[in-house]
Ligand binder design. Structure first.
Ligand code: SF4
Length: 211
């Protein structure tokens, strides 16, 4: 058995190929998606994002009142709370004039600390924003990552920080690899490594202890 992350990456890649995440037209859409996806299925996020239509811009979110925003994002659940979070993240982005290149010029650690101080942004959301909206090498740890670690197993530790560090220390520091790896973990968890796993044609079945 190996817990060599590169080998796991390669096996998943052989099964799923390039996934081109995150499915969004603009970095701001990624930001909105990262906030709305908390505690809900992605299909609900898609409905909420569709409700914005042409209004999916930071300027609109900054100017709209919170109740209006809540109405738009209603399908994503916890809409009053998430509308406030969206306002907070957008206010943080306003500090960079809504300019992605200005954000990208900042040190990653500084941005992560800033994001963690924004209302509604925990570690997973902060890393999702850094990686998927701004292209920083920040590994995202979510429930699917933890599930894979437990089942395979990958001895990455228990806490968010431990697991993140383990993946970042054992992979090339490359946003494209982190992006693709996390995307493959998610799709494998949705299609095969479910609560009740369907190991039969899982790309990891040969090396996975549970498989
Ligand atoms: S072999 Fe089964 S338990 Fe292991 S990762 Fe695949 S689906 Fe999950």
């Amino acid at each position: 058995m190996t817990d060599n992350l590169i080998a796991i990456y390669q096996a998943l890649y052989a099964g799923y190929g390039d996934l081109n995440w995150w499915p969004a037209k603009t970095p701001y859409e990624v930001m909105v998606g990262a906030v709305l996806t908390q505690n809900t299925a992605w299909s609900n996020v898609e409905k909420a994002i569709a409700n914005f239509g042409e209004r999916l811009t930071p300027k609109f979110a900054a100017d709209a009142d919170t109740a209006k925003l809540a109405e738009i994002i209603r399908p994503a659940g916890f809409f009053n709370q998430k509308a406030e979070y969206l306002k907070s993240v957008t206010a943080w982005f306003a500090g960079y004039d809504y300019d992605v290149s200005a954000v990208r010029k900042q040190p990653q650690d500084k941005l992560r600390a800033e994001l963690l101080s924004v209302k509604g942004v925990g570690q997973e959301t902060a890393d999702s924003l850094l990686l998927y909206a701004f292209g920083f090498p920040a590994f995202v740890v979510d429930a699917y990552t933890r599930r894979l670690c437990e089942r395979y197993p990958i001895e990455a530790g228990k806490s968010y920080a431990d697991i993140k560090r383990y993946f970042e220390d054992n992979l090339p520091r490359d946003a494209k690899i982190y992006n693709q790896f996390h995307a493959m973990i998610v799709i494998n968890a949705k299609e095969r490594c479910r609560k009740k796993p369907l190991c039969g044609d899982c790309p990891l079945r040969r090396e996975c202890r549970k498989g």
